[in-house]
Structures are given as C-alpha cells and as structure tokens.
Ligand binder design. Structure first.
Ligand code: GLU
Length: 262
C-alpha cells in the first residue's frame, strides 16, 4: 500500500494515543476539560518530533451528562443512541480545547468490519495520511450506529490496536487509570507494583487480575489483547496512567511507572 508518509524527509515518530472514557472523565460522571487540556498541552509540546492519531471513547459519557433516554429496548441500543448524541459534543470539546493550543482536529468513525475490507483499509490509510501530513490530528471512535463491539467489550482498545497496526505507528499508548499492569501478588497485598517490561505474554497471563472500568467496558484484559495485536504488527505498546498530568511526557522521561509491552 503506497503511503505518502514515507515521502517526508524528516520522519516524525507516529504515535497512536488511546484514551478511554474513564480517563477522559477522570472517573467522574463528566468529561474533564482539564484532561483534554492536558492531552493538548502534551501534544503541543511534542509536535515537532511526534505526530499523533487519537482513538477516543467518551461519546456515551458526554451524552449521559445531559440526556436520559427512555426505551424498552436493549441497553445496547440505548448506548448506541447516546453515542450518536454525544459524539458531536465530544468532538466539539476536543476542537475547542485543541484549537487553544494551536492544534487542528478531525473526526473519523470506524468499525472492526472496516479492517476486513481491502478498499476500506486503503481509504482509511489514505485519508488519515493526508490529515496527519497537513497537521490535523484525527480523533477516531467506533461508529456506534453500525457496530457495537467496543460498547459491549473493549473500551476501544482493540479498535486502537487495529488502527495502530493499519497506520504502521511507531508507538501505541493506552492511557488508563492504573500505572500499567500490576503484579498479581502486589495487588493481593494492596501495594500495587508495576510490571515495567513485558516480553512474554504467557507469563503475563498469570499476572492479570481483570477489573472492569466504571465508564468503559474494557479492563486490563482487553488492553493486553490489544497489545498482543499491536505486537503482531511489531508495534510497542505502553500502558500508562492517563489520570496523571503530563502522563506521556513523564513516561518518555521515565518519571512514572508504566508498562512497556515490547
Ligand atoms: N464508542 C463508545 C463511546 O465513545 C465507547 C464506549 C467504551 O469505551 O466503552 O462512548
């Protein structure tokens, strides 16, 4: 697949940042403008050396702030409808805040099935490369009207990994609400200790204690599955604590514990 990304003389490090609803709301019932400012600030500081693609949840969480839908239908249909209401607001909030930091944003809605079709894959790559090469930051979410995969399970983790692989990013950062993956023993002793480097998924499986997040639907298991997918495409995944200010800058400087999956 020909991409004009490689035509650039000075290639920037391409980063896919995945932000879940829990991080975006800072575990409250409202989207945190402060967290979006923190992300914009970090991207602005890194923009000379890195280019960013964001996979963001939060559409349902935004809508829940001001809408209560009546329906006798399945819960998942209500969530899809909430996502449809919340998504434009989510993008508006990103746009307003990122603009203050001199950053341009765009919206792309994707679903797993798009990654199974060659035409769709080519279209995704070409569109996003044009955006990124023109200094736009694509903000991707699942197209929740047509797909329910990530609403049911995943927190957009798998969508992030599929996108990271397709766009051949250099680094996949999953921002969550823990300092990476903790050892099982340390969690049982209520003194969480981060596994800083993972090279063997088999050993890791013994360590994973699954926990679901309150807004999102993923938990650590879906993050590990996402990292496994990224690894197949030779992409390193970092699981970092997005609740912290400057979480990416601090991870780059090794100032906070986080998990690197090589
Ligand atoms: N697309 C959903 C949203 O933006 C994802 C929900 C989730 O992360 O569980 O709200």
């Amino acid at each position: 697949m020909a991409t004009d990304r490689y035509d650039k003389v000075h290639k920037k490090k391409r980063i896919l940042l995945k932000i879940g609803s829990n991080t975006l709301t800072k575990e409250t019932n409202n989207i945190s403008r402060g967290k979006i400012e923190d992300i914009a600030n970090q991207i602005a500081m890194l923009k000379n050396t890195c280019e960013f693609i964001i996979v963001s949840s939060g559409a349902i969480a935004v809508a829940k702030q001001f809408v209560k839908l009546e329906s006798k239908q399945e819960d998942v249909f209500v969530k899809q409808a909430l996502a449809s209401i919340g998504q434009p607001h989510l993008i508006r909030i990103y746009q307003e805040i990122f603009r203050e930091y001199g950053l341009l944003t765009s919206q792309c809605l994707l679903s797993y099935s798009d990654f199974k079709k060659d035409d769709s894959k080519t279209n995704i790559v070409n569109t996003i490369n044009v955006l990124v090469n023109n200094n736009y930051i694509p903000i991707i979410n699942e197209n929740d009207t047509v797909a329910t995969d990530e609403i049911k399970f995943g927190d957009n983790d798998k969508l992030g990994a599929l996108t990271a692989s397709l766009l051949e990013v250099d680094l996949f950062i999953i921002a969550t609400n823990t300092y990476g993956i903790y050892t099982k023993d340390s969690l049982e002793n209520h003194d969480p200790e981060t596994i800083s480097v993972v090279e063997d998924f088999k050993a890791l499986e013994k360590q994973v204690v699954d926990s679901k997040s309150s807004h999102g639907s993923g938990g650590m298991q879906s993050k590990i599955e996402a990292a496994r997918l990224a690894k197949k495409a030779n992409i390193e995944t970092w699981i970092v604590n997005g609740m912290e200010d400057h979480f990416m800058l601090n991870a780059f400087e090794n100032k906070i514990p986080f998990t690197k999956i090589k």
